[in-house]
Design a protein around this ligand. Structure first.
Ligand SMILES: [Cu+2]
Length: 202
C-alpha cells in the first residue's frame, strides 16, 4: 500500500512536472470531470486554454491511444481542432455528454476534425470508440460557470505529503504500542516478578 501509493504519486508528480515544463497553466480549480476523463492514461490535470479562439488536441498521442491534452478548459465560442498523428490505428471523436459532435474514423496523419463549442457552461467529454477499452477519452469544459473541484484536493496525493503522513502515523502507532507493552511488562513484573524469590524465600 505504502510502496504502490508512493510510486503512483511519484509518477503523477513527474507527469505534472513534465507538463508544466512545456508551459501549460495549471488551473487552481479543476472542472468536475466524469471518471472517464480522469481515468484517461495521460490525465494529470486540466489545461486551462480559456482566452484562445482555437485550440488543438492531438488524436493518437503517447502510445497512439491517447488524446493530448486529455482535459482542456475553453471559452464559449472556441473551436477545438482534433489533429490525427497517424499513430495507433483508426480513431474517431464522439461526444458522450454535452454538445454533440462526431467525426469519422480515420488512421491517417494530418486528418483533422473540428467543432466550435457554442453552448457555454458545460462539461463535455468524448471517446474514440475503437479504443474505448483503452480509456481513450477526453474532456472539454466550456465557460466559467461549471462544476469545479479544488485542485488542492489532487495535490494532497503528492508523494512527499504522503510519506510524511504515513511516517507520522507509524510513529504514533509505535509510541502507543511502546506504552502499552511497557504497562503490561510493568504489571506482570509487579504481580509475578517477585514470586520466584518469594517462593525461594520460603
Ligand atoms: Cu483511438
Amino acid at each position: 500500500m505504502r510502496t504502490s501509493g508512493g510510486v503512483a504519486g511519484a509518477g503523477a508528480a513527474a507527469g505534472a512536472g513534465l507538463t508544466l515544463g512545456v508551459g501549460t497553466v495549471a488551473a487552481e480549480e479543476e472542472p468536475d470531470w466524469p471518471e472517464e476523463v480522469t481515468n484517461a492514461p495521460n490525465y494529470s490535470e486540466t489545461e486551462d486554454l480559456r482566452g484562445e479562439e482555437e485550440v488543438v488536441v492531438e488524436v493518437g498521442a503517447g502510445d497512439g491511444l491517447q488524446f493530448a491534452p486529455p482535459a482542456i478548459w475553453i471559452d464559449e465560442g472556441t473551436t477545438v481542432v482534433w489533429e490525427w498523428t497517424g499513430e495507433g490505428g483508426g480513431h474517431n471523436v464522439v461526444s458522450q455528454d454535452g454538445e454533440e459532435f462526431e467525426s469519422e474514423t480515420d488512421d491517417s496523419e494530418g486528418f483533422t476534425f473540428e467543432h466550435t463549442f457554442e453552448e457555454g457552461d458545460q462539461i463535455s467529454y468524448y471517446v474514440c470508440t475503437p479504443h474505448e477499452a483503452q480509456n481513450m477519452y477526453g474532456g472539454i469544459a466550456v465557460g466559467d460557470d461549471i462544476e469545479t473541484i479544488d485542485a488542492d484536493e489532487a495535490a494532497e496525493m503528492e508523494p512527499t505529503d504522503m510519506g510524511v503522513d504515513i511516517r507520522e502515523h507509524y510513529v504514533g502507532v509505535g509510541a502507543i504500542l511502546a506504552i502499552v507493552v511497557s504497562l503490561i511488562f510493568t504489571f506482570y513484573t509487579l504481580k509475578y516478578g517477585e514470586s520466584p524469590n518469594a517462593k525461594g524465600g520460603n
